[in-house]
Design a protein around this ligand. Structure first.
Ligand SMILES: *Cc1c(COP(=O)(O)O)cnc(C)c1O
Length: 397
């Protein structure tokens, strides 16, 4: 199909929820994407931090094909070894000891919110239900996750929202202390705010939050849907800060493109759920579990968290050099591992379009932040080529 045909047929049959890039994708492999004219692009977005080990990874394809022949879905009414193997593997990467599998980031966060409330009531015997979140956060689009996200732009037209959410200014510890109430149940945050423009929370601030949670009996929920699974240069973003959240949520990269989310928690927090407390029909199905297990095995074997750390620091230096060569054009280069943001001095729509024309796929967030979320095994040469292209875009005009 031509782009024009894709566009008009999309307009006919799909809800108008997405302002799409002017590009149709026909196929993808590793860190390359091809459009319908056969044009090749370097993919620095990885399906929004999803295809962490690259598109159509042969080992994941093989694992999925094998699983397709064996078992796809029977529901969580039965014991299945695929989800146990996955749970054991993912729990080996952090301090948590229980997992609940679901299908998306929003659903993982919903599970976290429900668990925090029920734990406070049933285990601690306290009427605590309020979830505190930070400004410019993003926790998903379902109603409760959107109440947690709290941005007028995203909430427009959808009120009323579930009660029991309060938002405080990110980075402001005094505001957080002021916001604490007898009904405060948990603080939910992203250590790197992805949609918020790749904003990295300050180390002392985060450690103070963890201490505050301890002191006042709140649970700490780390939304690692975007930062988790190696992207930050460690398995989990919070592991850079020496804190141990009670609940950790995951999704995006978990099954390298198949829908899969997880809510991970400590043994203590897990007491908040009982038989029948929470459920999902598809969550942790055999097929997606097999894909996720294969994904984690590849990440572990190929040391992709370590690679994200080293390639990420190289990229930050490289982009800093770009910034030095184009004075006044780049306000800041920041990131953790391969979770990278280049904040431009001016709104970046034109630069973003020019980069797409040059064959580089990335994301523009908060109007001026070029966000890069490449596969963790992307060749260094692709990032170098991007830096050169960016210099051209910021230079000549
Ligand atoms: C993408 C994202 C979500 C929502 O995930 P979905 O799978 O789209 O529901 C939640 N939290 C963070 C930090 C995210 O980046």
């Amino acid at each position: 199909m031509s782009l024009a045909e894709l566009q008009s047929r999309t307009e006919q049959v799909l809800c108008r929820t997405y302002a799409r890039y002017p590009m149709g994708v026909r196929s993808a492999k590793g860190s390359r994407i091809w459009d319908f004219d056969g044009r090749e692009y370097v993919d620095l977005l990885a399906g929004i931090a999803v295809t962490g080990v690259g598109h159509c990874h042969p080992e994941i394809n093989a694992a999925v094909s094998r699983q397709m022949e064996k078992l796809v879905h029977v529901s969580n009414l039965f014991y299945q070894e695929e989800q146990i193997l996955l749970a054991e593997k993912i729990l080996s990467t952090l301090h948590c000891s229980k997992a609940f599998f679901c299908n998306s980031g929003a659903e993982a966060n919903e599970a976290a919110i429900k668990l925090a409330r029920r734990y406070q009531r049933k285990i601690r015997g306290q009427e605590r239900y309020e979830i505190i979140t930070l400004t410019s956060c993003f926790h998903g689009r379902t109603l409760a996750a959107l109440a947690a996200t709290g941005q007028a732009r995203l909430q427009d037209g959808f009120a009323p929202f579930p009660q029991g959410f309060r938002q405080v200014e990110a980075g402001n510890l005094a505001a957080l202390k002021d916001a604490l109430r007898p009904e405060s149940a948990a603080i939910m945050l992203e250590v790197v705010q992805g949609e918020g423009g790749v904003r990295i929370l300050d180390r002392d601030y985060l450690r103070a939050i963890a201490a505050l949670c301890q002191e006042h009996g709140l649970l700490l929920i780390a939304d690692e849907v975007q930062a988790g699974l190696g992207r930050s240069g460690r398995w989990w973003g919070f592991q850079h800060y020496g804190i141990t959240p009670d609940i950790v949520t995951s999704a995006k990269a978990l099954a390298n493109g198949l829908p899969m989310g997880a809510m991970l928690c400590t043994e203590e927090a897990a007491k908040g759920f009982d038989f029948g407390s929470h459920a999902t029909t598809f969550g942790g199905g055999a097929l997606c579990s097999a894909a996720a297990l294969a994904t984690l095995e590849i990440m572990e074997r190929d040391r992709l968290p370590e690679r994200a750390a080293s390639l990420g620091s190289w990229a930050k230096e490289r982009f800093a050099a770009t910034s030095a060569r184009r004075p006044g054009k780049i306000r800041e280069v920041r990131g953790l591992g391969l979770f990278l943001g280049i904040e431009l001095a001016e709104p970046g729509r034109e630069v973003w379009e020019e980069l797409l024309r040059k064959g580089f796929i990335l994301n523009l967030t908060q109007e001026r932040v070029l966000r890069l979320l490449p596969a963790l095994n992307i060749p260094e040469a692709d990032l170098e080529a991007f830096a050169v292209a960016l210099e051209e875009c910021l230079g000549g005009k």
